[in-house]
Design a protein around this ligand. Structure first.
Ligand code: NAD
Length: 258
């Protein structure tokens, strides 16, 4: 049985992952704003450092895997927090946890990306570049012109930067060479509190009209099945992949993108 860190443990897909891992007999160290072993606001750099250290201490400096599911949806007015949680709330923790993941010898990491990476039109390249350069202020300055429409751009852009970070790092000796498999899961519209909030917001009409070819919304526990699979030995040969599980939305928009 292994020891796993799971962020976003209190709700939605993170909660479903943590529950499945615990039910299988693993030790889970959950991180979230509330209702978690380590309570932290991942939008704040110092809180991220403290949360990362608290997890390492609880895990005895050895992690068999990590699932980074904490995230904020495209909520108008929360652009800074979206960038901080969705990008830095993943990469800052993973950098701190890398030695503990390496200590396990065969660790697996699943980062929650999103199909918004490929289905959000108009994300400026400079936004993604600035996040990858770790400059949140520059990134946010670059999307001011979107005004009240900036939140979906920041959401899609933060997940795009995150996916690129995963792919760039997954193949480096520090990660793959240390036996750590770093991959991303890109869900589509999954019925969790994040999506429910969007469906109750002023953007509801646009959110509800987003095409999901198979119809309906994803089930959080089915997405958790994918994350748990990506933590298993089946993922030994999976490295730097972004797995879309989205009812066909990405294929609908980009059938010929390959
Ligand atoms: P959710 O809202 O049910 O859960 C997200 C969790 O993140 C919550 O428990 C919340 O408290 C936590 N969180 C938010 N801000 C935080 C902060 N500042 N510090 C610490 N924790 C914080 O959402 P979900 O749908 O289960 O989302 C899980 C992941 O999947 C997210 O990264 C989300 O962006 C991504 N995603 C969701 C969908 C969807 O349709 N639901 C689609 C694509 C990607």
């Amino acid at each position: 049985m292994g020891t796993y860190a799971v962020t976003g443990r209190a709700s939605g897909m993170g909660r479903a992952v943590a529950d499945q891992l615990r039910a299988a007999g693993h030790t889970v160290i959950g991180v979230d704003l509330d209702d978690a072993d380590v309570q932290a606001d991942l939008s704040v750099p110092r809180a991220r450092r403290e949360a990362a250290a608290a997890v390492l201490s609880a895990a005895g400096e050895r992690l068999d895997g990590a699932v980074l599911a904490a995230g904020l949806g495209p909520v108008r007015g929360r652009e800074r927090a979206i960038a901080q949680v969705n990008y830095f709330g993943v990469v800052d923790l993973l950098r701190e946890w890398r030695p503990a993941l390496a200590a396990a010898g065969n660790a697996k990491v699943v980062v929650f990306s999103s199909n918004s990476t490929t289905t959000t039109p108009g994300v400026p390249r400079r936004f993604v570049r600035a996040l990858l350069a770790e400059d949140a202020d520059r990134a946010l300055r670059g999307v001011r012109l979107f005004g009240k429409a900036a939140a979906p751009i920041v959401y899609g852009g933060s997940k795009l930067a995150l996916s690129r970070w995963v792919r760039r790092n997954a193949v480096l000796p520090e990660w793959s060479g240390a036996g750590i498999r770093l991959n991303a899961l890109a869900p589509g519209a999954v019925l969790t509190p994040l999506l429910e909030d969007q469906l109750a917001s002023p953007a509801a009409k646009a959110v509800a009209s987003f095409p999901v070819p198979i119809g309906g919304y994803g089930d959080p526990s089915r997405l958790a099945d994918w994350a748990v699979f990506m933590l298993s030995d089946a993922a030994d040969f999976l490295c730097g992949s972004v797995i879309f599980v989205d009812g066909g939305s990405d294929a609908y928009f980009r059938a010929d993108a390959w």
